[in-house]
Design a protein around this ligand. Structure first.
Ligand code: PMP
Length: 485
């Protein structure tokens, strides 16, 4: 029997990934000036007229792509032409305020002048070779720049290509270094689609269905989901999840056999749910007590998204290993595993590697991303704009009891929908309808959560106050126009 047929359609749409519609061909090079960057448009003050995006030959290929795999899901059935600043344009020329960002990837929006200039310059200089052949300036510089964003002793960076690949690498590091087999991960977590990453993912059944048996030695435990799992009681969530972890390690696997505990400090695909700081501190203490490596998956929550460079900083802890991807190169494929030099030395030369990991062009883009975050004050912007967004969404929620919860730090905010505020029964229908209607109204928002009960807000890090107001207004008006069932 075809197992895929058993998968409910709702699950098939879980974490689909942003579809890559046919692109437009730019008819002229993008000129980069030296002036101030306008955050909304990404144009530089004093530059000439906006870049023209006249369509070229790709325009003729806009009919559905029969040779493109049907396996990849898409949030929107739209054909994208180009992006500029925080707007995406479809092939009919309509513009959309892009708060989807390819699922938190283009965190600086589209055609960011510094990133684009860095890519152009590096393409003209050297595209390969990559790490296995020797050292290349952008790779070494990006390793240094990324290491500088971490507290000690995290100072050693291995570049790979995707979040999944980096998660797999981190799990291999933990097993090899500790000599232990066990991996503990959290229910509701999403870590990717390679075999190891799939084995620690449980945000929706479709990611696992038909792939069993998965990696042995993986044990899932309770994530402290304050609203969904513990009735809104943060202390109960911390105590309950810690108790479940202790129960796991006193009944199922001894802590001395656990190599690593892997956690998203803010669960992303699982529903935009932050682990309470007290829980992360409890985990850190538990790992210290038992010689377990604590791995933070910051693929979605990192890079200033939560109002700190790394989400684990909110808890005042330092993980042993951190996994990064998505925003790291604003759209070019790049990911990294960061740990202490000591851990990577103990992992051993040749213990892991990658043909493409740390491509010089992606690393040049990565340097420009970090420079922008620092020089444009984007972490501060995430705090300030995040507070405005949260306040705006809370105002919408106060008017509409279909919203059960508004939560999340910085610019990583989840709005959870319920069928009934008192029972908190998740509404797995409305958010997708709302997302589609918002797109029709010119705003791109994605959903997440096991049943798609959450609308996730991941605006660009350099979003403006005016764009936040615009988006909240579209969201509120669109929601109000959707009748109750
Ligand atoms: N970890 C987290 C927290 C993620 O959100 C994702 C992607 N949604 C991944 C890992 C996997 O990343 P990739 O798709 O680049 O393999």
């Amino acid at each position: 029997m075809d197992l895929a047929l058993l998968v409910p359609l709702a699950n098939v749409r879980q974490d689909l990934g942003l579809g890559e519609g046919p692109g437009a061909v730019l008819d002229q090079p993008i000129l980069v000036g030296q002036g101030e960057v306008d955050h909304a448009t990404h144009r530089i003050a004093g530059d000439g007229p906006p870049v023209s995006h006249t369509l070229g030959t790709m325009e003729t290929a806009l009919e559905p792509a029969p040779h493109l795999t049907p396996v990849l899901g898409r949030y929107f059935q739209r054909d994208w032409s180009h992006g500029q600043g925080h707007r995406l344009y479809d092939t009919d020329g309509r513009s959309y305020l892009d708060f989807a960002n390819g699922i938190a990837v283009t965190a600086l929006g589209h055609v960011h002048p510094r990133v684009t200039a860095a890519i152009h310059a590096q393409v003209d200089r050297l595209i390969g070779p990559i790490s296995a052949i020797g050292f290349t300036d952008p790779i070494s510089r990006l390793a240094e720049a990324i290491a500088a964003t971490f507290p000690g002793p995290l100072d050693s960076v291995m570049f790979l290509n995707s979040g999944s690949e980096a998660v797999d690498g981190a799990l291999k590091l933990a097993r090899r270094v500790t000599g232990r087999p066990g991996i503990v991960a959290f229910r509701g977590g999403f870590h990717g689609r390679t075999w190891g990453a799939t084995s620690v993912t449980s945000s929706a059944i479709n990611y696992r269905t038909g792939y069993e048996p998965l990696l042995p030695g993986v044990h899932l435990t309770t994530f402290p989901a304050v609203y969904r799992g513990f009735g809104g009681d943060e202390a109960a969530a911390v105590a309950g999840a810690m108790a479940d972890l202790r129960a796991l390690t006193t009944t199922t696997i001894p802590p001395t056999a656990v190599a690593s505990i892997l956690i998203e400090p803010v669960q992303g695909e699982g529903g935009f749910t932050a682990a309470p700081p007290a829980f992360l501190r409890g985990l850190r203490a538990f790992c210290d007590e038992h010689g377990i490596l604590l791995i933070a998956d910051e693929v979605q929550s990192g890079y200033g998204r939560t109002g700190r460079m790394w989400a684990f900083e909110h808890a005042g802890i330092v993980p042993d290993v951190v996994v990064l991807a998505k925003a790291i190169a604003n759209g070019l494929p790049l990911s990294a595993i960061v740990s202490s030099r000591d851990l990577q030395e103990r992992w051993g030369r040749g213990a892991h590697g990658s043909t493409y990991g740390g491509n010089p062009v992606a690393c040049a883009a990565g340097l420009a991303v970090l420079e922008s975050i620092q020089s444009e004050g984007l972490i501060e912007n995430a705090v300030a704009r995040g507070a405005e967004l949260r306040a705006g969404l809370e105002r919408v929620a106060a008017e509409d009891d279909r919203i059960g919860d508004v939560r999340g730090p910085g610019l990583m905010i989840g709005v959870e929908f319920v069928r009934d505020a008192s029972t908190r029964e998740p509404d797995g229908t409305l958010p997708d309808r709302l997302s589609a209607a918002c797109a029709d109204a010119g705003l791109l928002l994605l959903t997440c959560g096991r049943q798609h009960e959450v609308v996730r807000w991941i605006p660009p890090l350099d979003v403006t106050a005016a764009e936040i107001s615009e988006a909240v207004e579209i969201f509120g008006d669109t929601l109000a126009a959707i009748p109750r069932d």
